[in-house]
Design a binder for this molecule. Structure first.
Ligand code: ATP
Ligand code: MG
Length: 479
């Protein structure tokens, strides 16, 4: 039978990759919390009309990319293609505006668009986004831009560029729209089919066209910046002034437009030089008309959304994130020792250590191999072990190690201890293990711990210290 695979444009995020995701989420969460943003979670599917009105029927997203279906109650439903429409619907439906003041919200989750899939462009993808509802002040624009920059910078991303523009207010855009129609009409036959289609409906979107010939024509098109009225101009200048004050560099990109009526004033994008074709990691702007368009009170708003997959592609090119550290790996053989390992694991976790139990019941050698791979300190519970006295032998390849547990440590030497050790613990490094294991395993020692070799080489003082501190904590607790 054929095995079932993921659909095109969707993928599994496996455990090795997940720490990149968690890293982004943790950094974003902490930065957003410091800026007084609160998380909001809205449904993944909504009434189709929300997106038709909220994104606009003339857009590619609504026109071509939506996952729309009838549910069993014959309601037209759509998997959300973006986050803003749902957040605004929630803002209106739950009267969040009645709480007064400004609502600073953020969200993260999967979005769905039926697109041509390629690297950095999927059908199910994830965004993290913010929306500030209730302020027309250019400081809000700058606040959200600064937060986006802060997140990307904290992630360690380089070669990013911030493009900004102003799309003016409704009146400015009306004038600009006419100027574009006047400019493009003589070229109509040369434009790509989509752009021809947009000429009457939504000429601003022609500026977005990826078609080469259209792009050439676009080069000499009028600039929106020449159509900004006093109010728009002043708003835009204040945004730029504050960005400069914050040391955030930007470039003006008058071709950066959002075609819909409710987009106003600032528009921006953050673009990476390291991403190839799908280069935009963050897109946002002001949308003062949207809340009203969706039936709410007249409310100014600004926000952005970042594509998580594109961030992950960039992050994976940087240094790999360290795997999460496991403190102890429990090795045991025989019913009694195996039962003890469950108890010991529970106790160790209870005092804050991370512990993995080897569940295989296989030979010690195999279990220790896995312990090696885990990078943790291996604790072996020998067959028939009993809790006994309170002392330890440390065989650290000749390295003398001082533990704060004091004189309970019997010796610190490279000598290979025999079966008649006057101790309950043997603590050795992995390289001293071969041959020893079995002997020690059957000895009357209470527990046998093996330190990963890399920590014993003395090459990394910080790792040594960290390991010793963990051992110290362990011995303090166990004694
Ligand atoms: P693009 O021009 O790349 O199609 P867009 O204008 O459709 O982007 P927005 O709707 O502004 O994108 O979404 C914000 C961000 O979400 C984008 O900058 C991008 O990082 C990410 N994004 C959008 N669509 C996808 C997708 N299909 N797959 C992965 N990420 C995406
Ligand atoms: Mg798109």
């Amino acid at each position: 039978m054929n095995s079932i695979k993921t659909l095109p444009g969707t993928r599994d995020i496996l455990p090795d990759e997940i720490r990149y995701w968690q890293n982004i989420e943790e950094i974003a969460r902490s930065i957003l919390k410091k800026a007084a943003y609160r998380e909001i979670r809205t449904p993944i599917f909504e009434q189709t009309s929300l997106f038709e009105r909220g994104i606009g029927e003339a857009t590619d997203v609504v026109g071509k990319e939506m996952y729309t279906f009838k549910d069993k109650g014959d309601r037209s439903s759509t998997l959300r293609p973006e986050g803003t429409a749902g957040v605004v619907r929630a803002f209106i439906q739950n009267s969040l505006y009645a709480q007064g003041d400004v609502q600073r919200l953020w969200y993260t989750g999967p979005m769905f668009r039926y697109e041509r899939t390629q690297e950095g462009r999927q059908r199910q993808f994830n965004q993290i986004g913010v929306e500030v509802l209730g302020s027309a002040n250019p400081r809000a624009d700058v606040e959200v831009i600064a937060i986006a920059c802060d997140i990307l910078q904290t992630l360690g991303l380089k070669n990013l560029r911030l493009d900004i523009n102003s799309v003016g207010n409704k009146e400015d855009r009306q004038n600009y729209r006419q100027a574009l129609i006047d400019y493009f009409t003589p070229y109509k036959a040369e434009l790509d089919a989509d752009s021809q289609d947009r000429l009457d409906r939504n000429p601003l979107r022609i500026l977005d066209s990826k078609n080469e010939r259209t792009q050439e024509i676009v080069k000499d098109a009028p600039s929106i910046l020449d159509y900004l009225g006093d109010e728009s101009r002043s708003h835009f200048e204040r945004v730029q002034q504050m960005l400069t004050n914050l040391g955030i560099s930007y470039q003006l990109n008058p071709r950066l437009v959002r075609g819909l009526d409710y987009y106003t004033y600032t528009a921006f994008e953050i673009i990476s030089d390291d991403l190839g074709a799908q280069a935009t990691v963050c897109g946002g702007g002001r949308y003062d008309g949207l809340v009203k368009e969706l039936g709410g009170p007249d409310t100014a708003a600004v926000g952005w959304a970042m594509g998580m997959e594109r961030l992950i592609i960039l992050l994976e090119k940087l240094q790999p994130l360290p795997a999460p550290k496991l403190d102890f790996y429990l090795v045991s053989r025989g019913e009694k020792a195996e039962q003890q390992s469950v108890l010991l694991a529970q106790k160790l976790r209870g005092v804050g250590f991370s512990v993995e139990i080897d569940l295989s019941g296989s030979a010690f050698g195999k279990q220790f191999k896995r312990a090696d791979r885990s990078g943790a300190v291996a604790i072996s519970l020998p067959i028939g072990s009993e809790a006994g006295g309170r002392s330890a032998v440390i065989g650290f390849d000749g390295r003398a190690l001082r533990l704060a547990t004091g004189n309970r440590v019997v010796s610190a030497s490279g000598a290979v201890p025999g079966m008649d050790l006057p101790a309950d613990f043997f603590i050795g490094c992995r390289s001293s293990r071969p041959g020893l294991q079995k002997t020690l395993g059957q000895s009357r020692l209470h527990e046998v711990m093996f330190w990963p070799d890399r920590a014993l080489l003395g090459s990394d003082a910080a790792a040594d210290r960290e390991m010793l501190a963990a051992l110290d904590r362990y011995l303090r607790w166990v004694w």
